[in-house]
Design a protein around this ligand. Sequence first.
Ligand code: GLP
Length: 271
Amino acid sequence: MRLIIQQDYKKASKWTANYIARRILKYKPTSDNPFIMGLPTGSSPIQLYKDLVELHKKGVISFKNVVTFNMDEYIGIPEDHPQSYHSFMNNHFFSHIDIPKENTNILNGNASDLIQECANYEAKIKLYGGIHLFLGGIGPDGHLAFNEPGSSLASRTRIKTLTEDTKIANSRFFDGDTSKVPSTALTVGVGTILDAKEIVIIASGNSKAAAIKQAIERGVNHMWTVSALQLHAKSIVICDEEAIYDIKYSTVKYFKDIESKNLNPDNLLKI
Ligand code: GLP
């Protein structure tokens, strides 16, 4: 696992956006051979989506031949609810770039048969030949997508009940009222994420410090699903200084040292 440490959220976001742009540019996607991405919601990716939009507006990158699969969606709120992940993705990303609507995939939390919806999602990912790059954020309890503590590390797309901690964390988007946060969601599984060829996680702020410690310094453990990244051949965690607050000084020094030549985000676009 690589750990990229940037000074603050803005810099971490810029590094991540440039890294994604580099990956897409190097892949040279076409309509017959698109670049397949997994995408998150939450506050963590907001700035990097802005940065990707800016790169698109400057003509650096096109999303015409990119296909996306979002990680998760709440069950039971209308697609056009301001806090649905459908709305989030349109507002923060899709409506600002040139991605064709038919290339974007988000789980339908209102499907009449939710189990079938999950099976279809997995099948569609497979049909495309799998995900090239899965971008994610993490919850304060280390959850990846909605894979709450105790989720099987082999899990696939399914229905999950949200923990009270997650409902409290996400209530900031629902007028601070946990009772307005849906109790269940559809989410890709940890196994679905681990199947991607590459995983890129952004974490910012000290509320993520405990999870980052588990992910980087402790063992693989289903109580901190982000730690499953240790089992993946190609994963990168990008943190700001606050998110690494709980890791040992020597660990920080080690990663800063081995990545010292890779920390400047501008170099990522020199292709
Ligand atoms: C939600 C999402 C996760 C996201 C997490 C962290 O629970 N399901 O995919 O990573 O929130 O959100 P934030 O980035 O706002 O801290």
